[in-house]
Design a protein. Structure first.
Lengths: 112, 113
């Protein structure tokens, strides 16, 4: 059973397009996150949700909009994609925001 | 400002060599400390964590880390590395009961067979 799953695994798209990445966790956790990992492997938090409420928004452009329909899902929608959005996006979850985070397999986004 | 600093960005070792990766943090209050590992092409997974108690914690695959409160450090160690330890290692720090965990920039370890 996959604990944290993301779809799609790879996403290749043109500049200006809109795309979504889905994340689901079956661990019963109350907190979910989106991270962006750039080509140098630097991991930067984008958003954190606790019980479907947005807790952290780390100065991410408005083009990025997370949505948490329930505690088990945190989706990421990106409008008007730019070249600089190319990265690997990781979803994660934890029970309580300061506990161990469980990461999904990542979505490699390439914007052409 | 809250920050996590990993001193070594790239480390190259031969098999059986000893490893120590440095991690220092700047964070107010009581902290939870983590080391995560990312093997090539894979997602991050927990190596070990410290919340309270014995400051020397043991994790998976023979890794251990020591929390030194006075030095704001949480260094990762392994007495004898293997080729399969080749990976990216991330130190992370969060406030106990808080909502934010900050990751260091990562250290890329390459172990020569």
């Amino acid at each position: 059973d996959t604990a944290v799953s993301q779809t799609p695994k790879y996403l290749v798209t043109q500049m200006g397009n809109d795309k979504s990445i889905k994340c689901e966790q079956n661990l019963g956790h109350d907190t979910m996150y989106w991270y962006k990992q750039d080509s140098k492997k630097f991991l930067k938090i984008m958003f954190s949700y606790n019980n479907k409420e947005l807790i952290i928004n780390e100065t991410v452009p408005n083009r990025f909009s997370p949505k948490s329909p329930d505690k088990a899902h945190l989706n990421l929608h990106i409008n008007s994609l730019e070249l600089g959005d190319s990265a690997v996006y990781f979803c994660a979850s934890s029970q309580g925001a300061s506990d161990t985070q469980y990461f999904g397999p990542g979505t490699r986004l390439t914007v052409l | 400002a809250q920050s996590v600093s990993q001193h070594n960005h790239h480390v190259i070792l031969s098999e059986a060599a000893s490893l120590e990766l440095g991690c220092n943090y700047s964070y107010g209050g009581t902290v939870n400390l983590f080391w995560y590992v990312q093997y090539p092409g894979q997602h991050l997974q927990l190596l070990l964590k410290y919340f309270s108690g014995d400051p020397l914690v043991k994790g998976i695959k023979g890794f251990e880390a020591e929390f030194i409160k006075s030095k704001f450090s949480f260094n990762l160690r392994k007495p004898s590395v293997q080729w399969s330890d080749t990976a990216e290692y991330f130190c992370a720090v969060g406030n106990t009961g808080g909502f934010k965990t900050i990751f260091g920039a990562g250290t890329r370890l390459f172990v020569k067979a």
